[in-house]
Ligand binder design. Structure first.
Ligand code: GLU
Length: 316
């Protein structure tokens, strides 16, 4: 039997809040219950959005809550050479091409349809336009981004929680960016290369990333790594009373803030455990106490609504 491996993959673009923490807790509980190896990966590629010390803070927050890992941290920012190799492989095979369009040009393209999340679907303007990356730079005077050319095929995704979902990559996703115009790998590419290199077999994450899954599966296929495609579990998110994903605008639910205000980790854990479908129990004091009481089948199938304005964690 192959060793099962998962990863906790915080992005150090901000501190961990209750929403992220709950996703990490579910991932950790599944891993510890089912004997998966846990890797910690810091997704620190998003240049200007990365906050100094946020990576250390994320690890401190995870530890404060009682979550641990078996390997890592692996930092994405030191792996650019490996990503370049994969990007060049995709260009050489004709699966990816340089694109010199700016965001506003894409938005303005009269024909640009929009995905469900409102983002413009790239209309393919630069597909087949330049012979090489150098050509694109030379002709446009800009450094190009690199896009993956999505094939015209219907894809079937199996999710452990949601079941089977069909995607039409051309209509729903469009050609997506795998390298930004400053040369750094984009999220989709980096995740696939890292998960494949680390032999990750289980991806557990928020369902806001569900439409990344067909993109990532296409990358596995194009890189000749189909056998490494992991099993996916997408979790319903924690949302604010307005129905949007829990974020700063709803109030401050950062773990570090609760810690500073003297809220014990066990109270945060008990709240999160309830959101994982575990019966409320004031004796729960460590995530390990939750392992035997947790199962995917009792995980709520709907988003958890939380209103930080009436935050019970801050009431004495
Ligand atoms: N770094 C991403 C996040 O914090 C997770 C990416 C993934 O799980 O694929 O939302």
């Amino acid at each position: 039997m192959t060793l099962q491996c998962t990863r906790l993959a915080p992005s150090p673009t901000g501190a961990l809040h209750l929403g992220n923490a709950r996703t990490f807790l579910v991932n950790w509980l599944l891993a510890r219950r089912l004997g998966w190896h846990i890797l910690l990966r810091i997704e620190d590629l998003d240049g200007p959005r990365i906050k100094p010390h946020a990576a250390e803070q994320a690890m401190e927050d995870l530890r404060w809550l009682g979550l641990d890992w078996d390997q890592g941290p692996i930092m994405q920012s030191v792996r650019q050479a490996r990503y370049d190799q994969a990007i060049n492989q995709l260009i050489a095979k004709g699966n990816a091409y340089p694109c010199t369009c700016s965001r506003s040009e894409i938005e303005l393209a009269a024909s640009a349809p929009h995905a469900e999340d409102g983002a413009a679907i790239y209309p393919g303007t630069c597909r087949g336009r330049f012979a090489t990356v150098e050509d694109a730079t030379h002709q446009s005077g800009r450094r190009p981004a690199i896009r993956f050319a999505v094939p015209n095929q219907i894809m079937l995704i199996h999710d452990q929680l949601i079941g089977d979902i069909q995607f039409n990559p051309v209509r729903q996703l469009g050609d997506f960016v795998i390298a930004k115009n400053d040369g750094t790998a984009a999220y989709q590419l980096a995740v696939v290369v890292d998960d494949a290199d680390s032999k990750v077999t289980q991806v557990v994450r928020g369902d806001d990333l569900l439409d990344s899954t067909p993109r990532q599966m296409l990358l596995y296929q194009a890189l000749g790594l189909s056998a490494r495609i992991p099993t996916y579990t997408h979790l319903p998110l924690v949302i604010g009373p307005d129905g949007r994903r829990l974020a700063k605008r709803h109030g401050d639910t950062r773990l570090a803030t609760y810690r500073q205000r003297g809220v014990p980790a066990t109270r945060v854990l008990q709240l999160l455990a309830g959101w994982c479908g575990i019966q409320s129990d004031p004796t729960l004091s460590h995530p390990a106490d939750c392992i035997d009481r947790f199962s995917l089948s009792s995980l709520p199938r709907h988003p958890i609504v939380y209103d930080p304005v009436h935050d019970p964690l801050l009431k004495d």
